[in-house]
Design a protein around this ligand. Structure first.
Ligand code: FVH
Length: 294
């Protein structure tokens, strides 16, 4: 059966990987990028280079957009707004839930269906079993294009509220970001002494973090049962113990000439909680505090 035609607007690192996956899967693929030369390899492999965004949009029923940010995506699409009528716009540009909802309403004003997407992959893992992409928007629009979208990575539909895909995308990215920050801090501390190197230290860090990751479902269940007054969190530590650890991490970092601000802030927050009479450190307690601390 003939594969559906797809347009890809934006051929940065990610857009090129998306277009490449579609060409490889046999989809007639039309591409547009501000710097036209980035389409050269794709064109050599069978993609069609559109001269304008409007020409690209008119080439098929499904338009994927993957640009640097939401403002650029909107400015790029504006001149082709009328051409979007009757088509489905899938915005894979990283953005916020509010931006997604605004874009959906803008697309509706121009007669286009809208899905927002969050790519949970890097360019080299697109179209591999590792990649998954979050989508939100009208279910019928997702269902109509699901088969094509599955080419990019497993397509995970999160619901009709268009803001859900960017919300989960940014939540997942925030966990990744803090993990990398933690990694860089730990490497700076571990290698501050002169002996040892980052690679040797990382051989210890990976099994340690892997073991800690196994705790996450327990913590999540504790958070989910927070509304139940009778529920006791499975995971609980003394606040004083957690505070002593935070102070030691701050002190050792300062002694080693490594920035200690994260642990100083943690220690200050824990001191505040102890002063309020709290004694236990639990996952629901931490999440509740984050939700209310603006
Ligand atoms: N790369 C990644 O690993 C992540 C994975 C998760 C999803 N992100 C998001 O994908 C969007 C694009 O990211 P990218 O990696 O493709 O980024 P670049 O390679 O820097 O390409 C940027 C594209 O945006 C175009 N562009 C930039 N400024 C303008 C402008 N003023 N007018 C029109 N187009 C513009 C740029 O065009 P050019 O510089 O090649 O002419 C590229 O097409 C992003 O939201 C990530 O968060 C990627």
């Amino acid at each position: 059966m003939a594969k559906a035609a797809v347009t890809v607007i934006g051929l940065g690192e990610m857009g090129r990987a998306l277009a490449d996956a579609l060409v490889t899967a046999g989809h007639p693929t039309t591409v547009w990028n501000r710097s036209a030369a980035k389409a050269d390899d794709l064109v050599a492999r069978g993609a069609v280079r559109a001269a304008t965004v409007e020409e690209a949009v008119l080439a098929g029923p499904l338009v994927l957009v993957c640009l640097l940010d939401d403002d650029i995506a909107r400015a790029t699409l504006r001149p082709a707004a009328d051409a979007l009528r009757g088509r489905t716009l899938v915005n894979l540009t990283n953005g916020t839930p509010a931006q997604a909802r605004e874009a959906e309403s803008w697309a509706a004003d121009h007669g286009a269906a809208y899905l927002d997407g969050g790519i949970m992959a890097i360019p080299s893992t697109i179209a591999t079993p590792e990649a998954f992409v979050l989508y939100s928007g009208r279910k019928a629009d997702f269902a109509a294009h699901r088969e094509t979208l599955e080419v990019l990575g497993a397509a995970r539909y999160l619901g009709a509220d268009t803001g859900m895909a960017p919300l989960y995308d940014l939540a997942l990215l925030s966990a990744m970001d803090m993990m990398f920050e933690g990694f860089f801090h730990s490497v700076a501390l571990a290698t501050s002494h002169g002996d040892g190197d980052a690679a040797g230290f990382t051989e210890l860090l990976v099994p340690w973090l892997t073991s800690m990751l196994r705790l996450l479902p327990t913590l999540a269940a504790d958070v989910d049962s927070d509304a139940d007054a009778d529920a006791e969190p499975v995971f609980a530590q003394g606040l004083d113990v957690v505070l002593a650890g935070a102070r030691n991490m701050a002190r050792a970092s300062r002694d080693a000439g490594v920035r200690a601000d994260h642990f100083e802030r943690s220690a200050a927050a824990l001191e505040e909680q102890l002063a309020e009479g709290l004694t236990t450190y639990t996952a629901p307690g931490v999440v509740r505090r984050l939700r209310t601390s603006g």
